[in-house]
Design a binder for this molecule. Sequence first.
Ligand SMILES: O=c1[nH]cnc2c1ncn2[C@@H]1O[C@H](CO)[C@@H](O)[C@H]1O
Length: 306
Amino acid sequence: MRKTIFDTDTASDDAIALMLALDYFEVLGVTIVAGNVKFENEVSNALFTLEYLSRPDIPVYLGAQRPLLGQWRTVEEVHGKNGFGDWEYPSPLKKPESEFAADAIIRLSKEYEGELEILAVSPLTNIALAYLKDPKIINRIRKIWIMGGAFTRGNTTEIAEFNFWVDPEAAQIVLNAGFDITIVPWEIAEESATITDEEWNKIEDINTKRSEFFIKVNRVLREYSKSVGSRGSVHPDSLTVTIAYDNSVAIEKVSKYVNVELCSRSRGAMLIDWYGLNKRRPNAEVVIKADSQKFKKYLFDSLSKA
Ligand SMILES: O=c1[nH]cnc2c1ncn2[C@@H]1O[C@H](CO)[C@@H](O)[C@H]1O
């Protein structure tokens, strides 16, 4: 099995993405970063998810509790107060590790040199810190799969997607470091990874421990997504993990030089040099079309497991 680290600001869809990652990969660690909701809620959500899915053996490492430089806001309106749709789940017994997330990423990249992949469904602060401490890490990490960026329809500002918006400095550092990167932008998820009412009802009917988990953690996400005009709950992190596992889910991709804007109103905007105007080598593959049916088949298969 391919070896991965799951880097997450654990709320709603992050937890479903973690469930998929546990099915598809050997997850060597879960690293927590500031983003969606209060840090302590993200930690608790990750610990609980691992217990709920009977994987308390997987270590959880605490990472950056704020972005490198900027101010950010958490988005409880999107995921519920605790990030898990206000579900008052029992407190997890499992505890996090004492090693700092960025140090764990560096150590694991040495132990599994050339093999380790990172599933980055969160702001990129932890990965930027790991790179700043040990720049040679770029030669040891096989691949980083990033959920981030919007082409034009920002979900956090007019132009910015949440993960890039929370820590655009970190995103810029990671994108320009020299890693092998694939980016799954926001609009691709909205197009291909939105769970409609009909699909939501089908998930309710599956009636497994996993489907019950899906419904509970995503309840507020669904209401929020519909209130801003999406056709249902949007699952960008789950789509990213599925594309990492089966690249044929990404139907169209382009290799381009990608950067992130750091300034004022357009802070966090994804800048794609479509026409090679900068004469810079492509630093990322960007997914521009995904196979919705194939993604949903993977999701439903996983939710149907006992
Ligand atoms: O409005 C939202 N819908 C879905 N995900 C969101 C939203 N706001 C923040 N996130 C979080 O940021 C990424 C997507 O931009 C996802 O990683 C999700 O965890």
